[in-house]
Design a protein around this ligand. Sequence first.
Ligand code: ADP
Length: 238
Amino acid sequence: MSAILEIRGLRKQFGGVTALSGVDLAIEEGEILGVVGPNGSGKTTLFNVVTGVHKATAGRVLWRGRDITGLAAHEISRAGIGYTFQQAMAFPGLSVMENVRIACEHVRRTDGSYPWTTPQALLDFVGLSALSGDEARILPFGNLRLLGIALALATRPSLILLDEPAAGLNDRETATLVGLVRQFPGHGISVCVIDHDMKLMQMLCKRLAVLDFGSKIADGPTQEVLNDPKVLEVYLGA
Ligand code: ADP
């Protein structure tokens, strides 16, 4: 495997607050990597710096070996990095189908093997076909999340960043989401997911990285990381 995204010495200060203090992290092609850590440990900031929402204070982000540090969010998006937010970014007054149609106009990849090239294929995949005429604003929360996944896939990313994808979902909805995300690597989409739900992470990720106070304190196979005394101390105060 080779790294699709490489983060080197990433540092982010907000005034006197150090949100990230020199993080190194590689996302390998075709993997589902989990990033965990307590509240305030820097997970969201990491995503925000990678996607160009925030500028790094120091350090570099390499995309397939190319330095993308400091590029604007739309340039990073166009390079092939997609993301979903905790709040799905759908147009509330448009139908489910119209939302997906619009997203399909901003295509990044054109390789022939990509399975979700039409709005209908996307809605079939996430299981929203029967609701295609409904306005996004009336969708229940779980379905809105699925629409968020469809919108992210519509642009044909090579990497998807998922920010707490299962927050607010019930067990059945979480299982649906896990079933969808597990199919991404087989279609050329690497995944990086942040969450503090360890059950979800164990279902999704073979590898975990752990942040604490802006530093990476562990990185390795999921079960090893979860048994690491340093990690247990952070989570259990043991
Ligand atoms: P997590 O996602 O792990 O909960 P965050 O990345 O949201 O952690 O936050 C890391 C630290 O950076 C926290 O101390 C938080 O208060 C601070 N922080 C995050 N975003 C901002 C911001 N826009 N302005 C000031 N401080 C921020």
